[in-house]
Design a binder for this molecule. Structure first.
Ligand SMILES: [Zn+2]
Length: 84
């Protein structure tokens, strides 16, 4: 049985980041090499991957990547590989 969220844990999505558009500088995130989103085909999938990534941290299924964009992209790739 996996870890469970506790009532004090909060997941926040940055409203100014790519979550709502699926793009960075006009480029779909799944088209950005190394982003971890490769293989996804829709904004809904990108959004689901973002939420699953954050739930992975909250439950302890994914290691921390707070100080590393490379580690964050690797965690996203893990989510995409294992969940889509
Ligand atoms: Zn992360």
């Amino acid at each position: 049985m996996g870890n469970r969220l506790t009532p004090t844990q909060v997941i926040t999505v940055n409203p100014n980041d790519f979550y709502f558009t699926g793009t960075l500088n006009g480029v779909p995130v799944q088209n950005i090499g190394g982003s971890g989103f490769q293989g996804l085909t829709s904004l809904a999938q990108v959004q689901a991957a973002v939420i699953l990534h954050e739930l992975g941290h909250a439950t302890g299924a994914l290691p921390s990547d707070a100080n590393s964009d490379t580690a964050s992209m690797g965690n996203t790739a893990t989510v995409v590989k294992d969940c889509f």
